[in-house]
Design a protein around this ligand. Structure first.
Ligand code: NAD
Ligand code: ZN
Ligand code: ZN
Length: 347
């Protein structure tokens, strides 16, 4: 079967012919119907060869949807032919975090050698993929897999990032979204639907700002050296109640810390260059600001996000590619040329 793999760190991904996998005990084989390309894939592709954390070659893709093609021995909760989305942050299923659905924060995954598809295991950018446990599959029902697949990360991650700030985002407050890409454009829609907050979106081009307004931002500001002043012109002295940084570079984290108001939240979701950081101290930001950097989301939250999509409140902007054109999806992702999410659809 065909698969898009990272073969050598620092190089572009490759379309390769690999063996079709067979599900072992407890596993499920999916015929992939859609796979989303995340900016984290680009981060992984550019990691140095020395200390590279995953076995190579590795099939990319941690946003996956498919149809159950074959069931390993012992799997009783699924039947062949069921359309599903893959919950990607696989954990052990039994530690305290996993027991709460927060497999993204499994405390035993590293020790047990458990890793997500596309981030340590073979991923979804292929004709077939193995899912380690039926627990990690959510039935899609009548949701279109192409529009739904970004929700497994580009929807779930902002949802998990936004949820703890919901009690603060009451009437008259402001939420700032930095980066209106795959995650950000869904984050804006979630904020619009779940809160009465005024949403200010920041990005680097007028096209991206227009896109942010199309998906629900009330106001937009260019993400440049004047961004803090321009956001503050809108928020006044109150500042922003919550800032969601879907970029995570030093300039955007500095912007986030510069626009947040007293008792506000700064939520750093973007990985940026992997080293950028917020400086926190008594004199560094307004009183009682909270800063957090969440990772992905919980199993129950994926079900909630898919239910929101079923209710028709999330319009995922998708650019479609075949598996043969998948390398072009990654090129455009790296060049920042996509509108929303690139989704690869194997034939
Ligand atoms: P994307 O490429 O789809 O979108 C990024 C957006 O940010 C683009 O619209 C781009 O124009 C904009 N941007 C770039 N530089 C900017 C700047 N200086 N100021 C404002 N906007 C800027 O990326 P994505 O797939 O949405 O991922 C976003 C980030 O989140 C990446 O760093 C990714 O690795 C990370 N991520 C983190 C998690 C997590 O669990 N924490 C999960 C998924 C992705
Ligand atoms: Zn991702
Ligand atoms: Zn666990």
């Amino acid at each position: 079967m065909k698969a898009i793999q990272i073969v050598k760190p620092g190089n572009r991904p490759e379309l390769r012919e690999v063996d079709k996998p067979t599900p072992g005990p407890g596993q499920v084989l999916l015929k992939v119907t859609a796979a989303g390309a995340c900016h984290s894939d680009d981060f992984v592709l550019n990691m140095p060869a020395e200390g590279f954390p995953y076995p190579l070659p590795m099939t990319l893709g941690h946003e996956g949807a498919g149809v159950v093609a074959e069931i390993g021995s012992g799997v009783t909760s699924l039947t062949e032919g069921t359309a599903v989305a893959v919950y990607g942050p696989w954990g052990c299923g039994v530690c305290h975090f996993c027991s709460r659905g927060l497999e993204n924060y499994c405390t035993r995954a590293a020790e047990l050698g458990i890793a997500p598809p596309g981030l340590g295991n073979e991923g979804a950018m292929a004709e077939y993929m193995i899912v380690d446990d039926a627990r990690h599959l959510v039935p899609l029902g009548d949701l279109d897999p192409v529009a739904a697949v970004p929700l497994t990360d580009a929807g779930l991650t902002p949802y998990h990032a936004i949820k703890p700030s919901l009690p603060k985002l009451v009437g008259g407050t402001t939420a700032v979204v930095i980066g209106a890409g795959g995650l950000g454009h869904i984050g804006i829609q979630l904020l619009r639907h779940l809160t009465p907050a005024r949403i200010i979106a920041l990005d680097v081009s007028e096209d991206k700002l227009a896109f942010a307004r199309e998906v629900g931002a009330h106001e937009t500001v260019l993400s440049d050296a004047d961004a803090v002043a321009n956001v503050r012109k809108i928020t006044g002295n109150d500042g922003a109640t919550a800032v969601f940084d879907f970029v995570g570079l030093q300039p955007t984290i500095d912007t986030a810390m510069g626009v947040v108001g007293t008792m506000g939240d700064v939520v750093i979701v973007g990985i940026g260059d992997g080293v950028a950081a917020a400086k926190v101290g008594f004199f560094s930001q307004p009183y009682e600001v909270s800063v957090r950097a969440p990772y992905w989301g919980a199993r129950d939250e994926l079900i909630e996000v898919l239910d929101l999509a079923r209710d028709g409140v999330l319009e995922v902007a998708v650019e479609k590619f075949s598996l043969d054109d998948g390398l072009e999806a990654y090129r455009r992702l790296a060049a920042n040329e996509l509108r929303g999410r690139a989704v690869v659809i194997p034939d």
